[in-house]
Design a protein around this ligand. Sequence first.
Ligand SMILES: Nc1ncnc2c1ncn2[C@@H]1O[C@H](COP(=O)(O)OP(=O)(O)OP(=O)(O)O)[C@@H](O)[C@H]1O
Length: 282
Amino acid sequence: MADPVPLADPAVLVSDLSLSYPASGGHRAYNAVEGMSTVLGRGRTLALLGESGSGKSTFARFLAGRADDSPEKSSRIRATGGDAVVLGVPLRRLRKRAALQLTAHVGMLGQDAGATLPPELNVGDILFAPIAERSKHFDRTQLGERIVEMMDIVGLPLGKLQEYPYELSKGQRQRVAVMQSLMLEPSLYIADEPTLGVDANNRPRIVDLLEWYRKRSGATLILVSHDIGMLERLGQRVLVMQQGRAVGEGDIDDIFRTADHGYVQQLAQALRASAYDEIAEA
Ligand SMILES: Nc1ncnc2c1ncn2[C@@H]1O[C@H](COP(=O)(O)OP(=O)(O)OP(=O)(O)O)[C@@H](O)[C@H]1O
């Protein structure tokens, strides 16, 4: 099995990839993604857009090397065609050990991550946890400096490091989750709706953090998001999905201006006209 190459270029290469959920409880196997192909150069940012159920999260989770990351068998994603190569590692038959090696370099912020913070840890320990899980020896001082810088960028006072998730607002929890997902300094970072549910004043702080991280690390980003403010600041390429398939891909400005696909045109109009949460939750 190939070892991950953090500086691989392209960082992500997807060819004719189809993904499905297995049959379970009387339900047939479900094809969530069909025939996707795309290439993402190192250091680039790709935004995934599309209506609810179009396969964005499935695609994102698979690319993050987390296809099997679910206690329920029925939620494990299977590649049924094609393949994706992420940081030089083919994902189609990724074994547990190889997945663990890959995920050291691929950060993933799952949907509504702020709601799944461990309730028994305070914010400081939550931030240290990804590092402590992988290594007993780490430089607390150096990490502490990084944490202070991140807390400042997202506008959280340092006193919050002693607080527990139940003491934080929803938006504060989400900011902690985003910080936590960056702690291992991933070279590929995939975030599923990082600003969803965060009030409009605090969304830019999350974008600030992602922008800071991208500049500092040169990481490649994949963002599932309809937050137009974020896409304008961070998005470079946009891939629009509908019913598991890519229906448009291009530079953020071009794709909406010149889109010839009806759904992409509709989406472009909606993004310009509506409040972000209404689209994301539609
Ligand atoms: N655990 C699962 N088991 C079976 N089918 C699933 C599972 N998770 C998602 N699906 C189905 O796969 C399809 C794609 O879902 P997915 O969550 O990837 O879409 P999405 O575009 O991210 O939607 P949303 O924006 O609502 O999160 C949907 O039809 C969904 O019902």
